[in-house]
Design a protein around this ligand. Structure first.
Ligand SMILES: *Cc1c(COP(=O)(O)O)cnc(C)c1O
Length: 223
């Protein structure tokens, strides 16, 4: 398994490097967030041993269990919540994650702020009309940006989005471009966008964080 992961990581790094080179960006500008959802703590440890330090998980409870197993075994690692967060789980999430990428309401931002712990956050924006997707609508973004900036315990890093699924990476590009425009209009630096199949396009459009699961760890079983 470790050998497979090592090979996959080399391949992902090569793709990242080439995409960055194509648009004149430096590799260091792009944070590779390894998405470990549904994989056991051992997988996370292997990735850590190979030098990965940023990890993405989707569910508070799942990460809580894995975290208990890992204890202090991964010093310096940063854990990002990349799945939808319900307000009633905000407290726990704020305790066990370092970055919350999916802030999508004023209520949630305030709950996180009340914890009194310094947290890095991103706002998840819904750029497609899909009813099932999480994220704040573009029209409501200015209000939420302002509210998060008023939260003294939250540092607003930038925006995150997830375009509608398509096999074709080019279909994601307009959404990436749009997110970049929105971030610029609010003076925000970070853009979390791009997954296994479309992160090259995301990098070309300015991604500073890419969230990669399948290309590193293989296909997931349904949770
Ligand atoms: C699962 C997930 C990813 C990783 O997707 P892959 O296609 O496996 O790279 C990225 N972002 C979010 C929000 C996810 O839920």
């Amino acid at each position: 398994m470790r050998e497979v992961l090592e090979r996959n990581l080399v391949a992902v790094e090569e793709r990242v490097r080439q995409a960055a080179a194509r648009c004149g960006r430096r590799r260091e500008e792009i944070c590779l967030v390894a998405v470990t959802k549904t994989f056991p703590p051992e997988t996370l440890l292997e990735a850590y041993d190979l030098g990965l330090r940023d990890f993405g998980e989707n569910y508070v409870q799942e990460w809580e269990k894995k975290r208990a197993t890992l204890q202090g075994a991964v010093p310096g690692a940063r854990f990002h919540l990349i799945g939808h967060l319900q307000s009633n789980k905000a407290r726990r999430a704020g305790e066990i994650f370092d970055v919350i990428q999916t802030v999508d309401s004023v209520k949630l931002a305030r709950r996180l702020n009340e914890l009194g712990r310094q947290l890095d956050v991103l706002i998840e924006v819904k750029l497609s009309g899909e009813a099932t997707k999480a994220g704040i609508a573009e029209e409501e973004l200015p209000q939420l940006v302002e509210a998060v900036r008023d939260c003294s315990n939250l540092t607003l890093l930038g925006l995150m989005t997830m375009p509608p699924w398509s096999e074709d990476a080019e279909a994601s590009r307009p959404y990436f471009r749009k997110l970049k425009q929105l971030a610029e209009s609010h003076g925000l630096k970070h853009l979390s966008m791009g997954m296994s199949h479309d992160f090259e396009a995301a990098i070309e459009e300015g991604a500073t964080m890419i969230r990669v699961g399948t290309a590193l760890f293989g296909r997931r079983q349904r949770p």
